[in-house]
Design a binder for this molecule. Structure first.
Ligand SMILES: *[C@@H]1O[C@H](CO)[C@@H](O)[C@H](O)[C@H]1NC(C)=O
Ligand SMILES: *[C@@H]1O[C@H](CO)[C@@H](O)[C@H](O)[C@H]1NC(C)=O
Ligand SMILES: *[C@@H]1O[C@H](CO)[C@@H](O)[C@H](O)[C@H]1NC(C)=O
Ligand SMILES: [Zn+2]
Ligand SMILES: [Zn+2]
Length: 286
């Protein structure tokens, strides 16, 4: 009797641990897709992942999402994991594996030229092409206003720097595939690849409170095109979660600061103008 009770308890403890590790494959997939767990772990049997590793990954996700980092997959955490979002990982690993190293290189990469051309290779059936053209141009313009970049649409067959496509499900790249309506809305590749893809199966809209606003998602993906990764700042354009239509959607100070810092292009405000002049004179930039 006593022995079987001990056995039962140990089975229960084991199952509790196993529950958060292996039976919640969706959460595991999420953590692995978005950089909280080593992506290699998501492909294989989850039993190799220790409970501690998973708890740390959940807690990292909770911190990024601005939740209490308990490490437990509670209801609030699950709700955050089911929100529509960008498909680019939140954490870009810098480690020893080739996969991590490749990502790390992408993180510091940036465009050598400032005049970039773009082309929409595949339109959506949900909106008129001319409306897509206008919203895409508006999204580029937002970044143009705070950087030295200049974006020009390319109409000819010649290859553009930035290729924009609406795609469904698996479509021939290394990023997690699109997943039907909801969840992943789009993704883009860091410089100097210039690929921005939008999930064709979303209900794309323009200035409507329903559906998914193309301008907002495009502005976010173009941040990746320029080399920015995700921000933990809630109101930032580079936050990974799509929080619905925002009437007054614009770049946040965090986005502007990050793109300008990344370009070594700090705008001279009165506080640091002399410092920048001095640093430029001694050749600190470039
Ligand atoms: C970039 O575009 C601007 C404006 O269209 C133009 O004045 C400038 O000469 C271009 N620079 C290069 C390097 O092509
Ligand atoms: C959004 O609402 C508008 C009317 O306000 C409607 O015309 C449109 O079809 C809706 N779009 C979607 C994707 O539900
Ligand atoms: C959508 O809203 C923006 C900002 O208010 C405006 O500039 C744009 O013309 C609107 N587009 C449409 C199609 O209503
Ligand atoms: Zn993103
Ligand atoms: Zn893609």
């Amino acid at each position: 009797m006593f022995l079987s009770l001990v056995l039962l308890i140990s089975v229960l403890i084991h199952q509790r641990d196993a529950f958060s590790v292996s039976s919640d494959t969706e959460a595991m997939k999420y953590l692995s897709n978005f950089g909280y767990l080593d992506p290699a772990l998501g492909d294989t049997s989850t039993s190799f992942v220790s409970g501690e590793t998973v708890r740390r990954a959940i807690s990292d996700f909770q911190s990024f999402a601005g939740l209490n980092p308990t490490g437990e997959l509670d209801e609030e955490t699950s709700i955050w994991m089911s929100k529509p979002r960008c498909g680019v990982p939140d954490i870009i690993h810098e480690g020893h594996s080739t996969r991590r190293k490749r990502n790390a290189n992408k993180k510091v990469s940036r465009w050598k030229k400032k005049n970039l051309t773009y082309r929409i290779l595949k339109y959506t059936t949900k909106l008129k092409n001319s409306d897509v053209d206008r919203e895409i141009a508006r999204a580029f313009q937002m970044w143009e206003e705070v950087t030295e970049f200049k974006f020009t649409p390319k109409m000819t067959e010649k290859k553009a720097d930035i290729n924009i496509r609406f795609e469904s499900r698996i479509h021939g790249d290394d990023l997690p595939p699109f997943d039907g309506p909801g969840r992943i809305l789009g993704h883009a590749i860091f410089p100097e690849s210039g690929e921005a893809h939008f999930d064709e199966e979303e209900a794309w809209t323009i200035n409507e409170t329903n559906g998914t606003d193309l301008f907002q998602v495009a502005a976010h993906e173009f941040g990746h095109i320029l080399g920015l990764d995700h921000s933990e700042v809630k109101p930032a354009v580079m936050k990974p979660i799509y929080d619905g239509y925002e009437r007054d959607f614009k770049l946040h100070a965090d986005d502007i600061q990050r793109i300008q810092r990344q370009r070594h292009l700090v705008l001279p405000d009165y506080g640091n103008w002399y410092l920048i002049k001095i640093l430029t004179a001694i050749g600190f930039f470039y």
